[in-house]
Design a protein around this ligand. Structure first.
Ligand code: ATP
Length: 460
């Protein structure tokens, strides 16, 4: 990774190469909303697929689920979101801007303010001269008050309190409310997990850092149900497992660390939480995902609020109990930003600057490009045939315009790990050149071996 890569550079690169655009740009854009372009949608999809492959398809103790975004409002009462899913909001009277009070305090005083009460934060902001409105330096603030992050909406034509509903702020609760359904309709036995990916919504007071924090985003969450008493071991297992997922996909381990939540700052449902953090070049160490021991809190809450018995019955021992839950919870948008930051490289090759995205082949948006050296027959026909042969397996790109050097540079920027060139010699020796993005080494291999070679290189 180039240590100097700035947020501006990543943002403009993402726009220029079709990874991420500002949403509604032709109308001036809307803050904190982003659209994923042709390369970005492939990259994010690959990240989600790798997560699903590793957590669901590679295991026989995890099943998948896809629950609704709009759920019964009582779900959010039971989970605690209606009462406590708040950030502390403060408004500057001089600029009219709103801030997260904990962030304002932390930035000015370099102390940890998370978890303080509204009254405590109000007092600190009132008395500490270092805390100023970042917009105009003013020191006239309102009282700090809790602000609920859930997006409200109404179901049906009548906008009344009886039709009030929420867009889910996390995917996890849909898993808990379906716990019994999954138990009754599949053959899972504790310990087992239910995994889910999908959109979540939070009305963040200060979204920012590009796709790191937005109001609409995706989550990848898995609730792993275990027998109480085995929860601490399983927690360690999943922290390790999730760490290995990042490094196996090429993230530099020097840019990863564990962050242990101090006991007094734990969420109301958590016995222990460890975050995996990434050292973003523009934001420093920040959470990529949290791995929490949620205990039996959620199942018990839903049992109490719904009146359903959500206990697990161990068929062998006939014991009934509420399982404990280990939850790895991450977001593919934020994780994609980490992969992009880690892979973005500017280097000098033979006196020329090249920009290259050194993405792991498994997540690279385009796996290989096929270049005919000439647009003419028979080179172009052979190249087309090769492209047609490969394209069902992966996203493959066909490019016959510009010099080979320029075509390589375009693919380097897109993160395409392999380029295959069909040239005039191919007609005689039935071989092609395959070029590696990172080493730029070229190798001559038989045309008939390309497919198998790519499979090996990509899938490992
Ligand atoms: P933060 O402290 O950064 O607000 P959080 O601890 O509230 O995050 P969780 O509730 O643990 O986040 O959500 C799990 C994951 O979902 C996060 O690790 C992150 O990857 C992703 N996520 C949460 N909020 C956002 C957001 N506003 N934009 C993008 N991704 C998000």
């Amino acid at each position: 990774m180039s240590q100097t890569v700035s947020m501006e550079k990543i943002v403009s690169f993402c726009k220029r190469r079709g990874f991420v655009y500002q949403s509604s740009e032709i109308y001036g854009g809307i803050r904190s909303s982003y659209d994923y372009g042709p390369l970005g949608v492939e990259l994010k999809k690959n990240i989600k697929e790798e997560w699903w492959r590793r957590l669901v398809h590679m295991r026989d103790d995890v099943v998948g689920l896809d629950s609704a975004i709009i759920q019964h409002p009582r779900v959010w009462e039971a989970s605690g979101h209606t009462g406590t899913f708040n950030d502390m909001l403060v408004e500057s009277r001089t600029s009219g801007r709103r801030y997260r009070a904990d962030h304002l305090i932390e930035e000015a005083t370099e102390t940890d303010a998370e978890g303080l009460s509204a009254e405590e934060m109000t007092e600190i902001i009132r008395t500490d001269d270092r805390i100023k409105d970042p917009a105009d330096g003013g020191r006239d603030f309102t009282e700090v008050r809790p602000f609920n992050l859930m997006f409200e909406t109404y179901t049906g034509p009548v906008k009344g309190p009886e039709n009030l509903a929420f867009l889910r702020p996390e995917t996890a609760q849909g898993i808990f409310t379906n716990f019994k359904n999954v138990l009754d309709t599949s053959r899972v036995k504790v310990p087992f997990g239910i995994a889910q990916q999908g959109k979540s919504f939070r009305n963040e007071i200060t979204p920012g850092n590009f796709i790191f924090r937005t109001r609409e985003f995706e989550q990848m969450e898995m609730e792993f149900f275990v027998e109480p008493g085995t929860d601490e071991q399983w927690h360690e297992f999943w922290i390790e497992e999730r760490w290995n997922w990042y490094t196996s996909l090429g993230i530099n381990p020097d840019n990863l660390r564990r962050y242990e939540h101090p006991e007094e700052k734990l969420s109301h449902y958590s016995k222990r939480t460890v975050d995996i953090e990434y050292n973003f070049p523009f934001a420093g160490w920040s959470e990529l995902e949290g791995i929490a021991n949620r205990t039996d809190y959620d199942l018990k809450q839903h049992a109490e609020h719904s009146g359903e018995n959500l206990e697990y019955i161990d068929q062998t021992t006939n014991q009934r109990y509420y399982p404990y839950v280990i939850e790895p919870a991450g977001g593919p948008d934020r994780i994609m930003l980490a992969f992009l930051s880690d892979a973005f490289t500017e280097e000098e090759v033979n006196g020329e600057e090249r920009t290259v995205l050194k993405l792991h082949p498994r997540i690279a948006p385009i796996k290989a490009a096929v270049f005919p050296l000439s647009k003419k027959e028979p080179v172009s026909t052979v190249a087309r045939e090769l492209y047609d042969d490969l394209k069902g397996d992966y996203r493959i790109f066909y490019d016959d315009s510009g010099s080979i050097g320029r075509r390589y540079r375009r693919q380097d920027e897109a993160g395409t790990p392999f380029c295959v060139t069909v040239d005039f010699d191919t007609m005689d020796d039935n071989s092609v050149t395959i070029r590696d993005r990172d080493t730029m080494q070229q190798e001559r291999i038989p045309l008939a071996a390309v497919r198998e070679r790519l499979q090996k290189l990509i899938s490992g």
